[in-house]
Design a protein around this ligand. Structure first.
Ligand SMILES: [Zn+2]
Ligand SMILES: [Zn+2]
Length: 151
């Protein structure tokens, strides 16, 4: 496990523009990964536009909904800002997000999450929120913590 201190904080401007990258998540049925590409970043460096796409695997249950089209492309707004106060979850220090557009990052692996992240609201949201992809939530023991209560 590598994230002992919140040394690397990524903003949208830290992602390469016009380059397709693997997202943190994928299709819930066929497990094909989502991909994203940052297409525009505003002058703050925090918010911008992304394109997302996914190439479903043959036989994927979700394909029927899309006219046998294996590819889905869409556009969305991405971006986030950090809260000042770090929090510690299962021994890992993480900086909560203060605000977030439709698409934000996993605060552990820093891939963007195209679908639904696991969100932990800190202090009823006053302390921001921790967004994680499910594999990272599992790795960090957050899922166990949610299932079994705090140990
Ligand atoms: Zn699929
Ligand atoms: Zn992650």
């Amino acid at each position: 496990m590598s994230l002992e201190q919140p040394s690397i904080l990524k903003l949208l401007k830290d992602y390469p523009v016009q380059t397709w990258l693997k997202a943190a998540d994928g299709c819930e049925y066929c497990k094909a990964p989502y991909e994203f590409r940052v297409t525009w970043i505003d002058e703050t460096g925090c918010f911008g536009d992304v394109e997302t796409r996914i190439q479903h695997r043959e036989g994927c249950m979700s394909i029927a909904e899309y006219d046998e089209n294996f590819c889905e492309d869409s556009h969305d707004v991405a971006g986030w800002e950090f809260h000042e106060r770090p929090i510690t979850i299962q021994g890992h220090q993480l900086i909560p997000l203060k605000s977030k557009a439709n698409i934000g990052p996993c605060l552990h692996c820093w891939k963007l999450i195209v679908g639904v992240p696991l969100i932990l609201f800190i202090d009823q949201g006053k302390g921001g929120e921790i967004d994680l992809c499910f594999p990272c939530a599992e790795k960090l023991g957050v899922l166990d913590q949610l299932k079994g209560g705090i140990r």
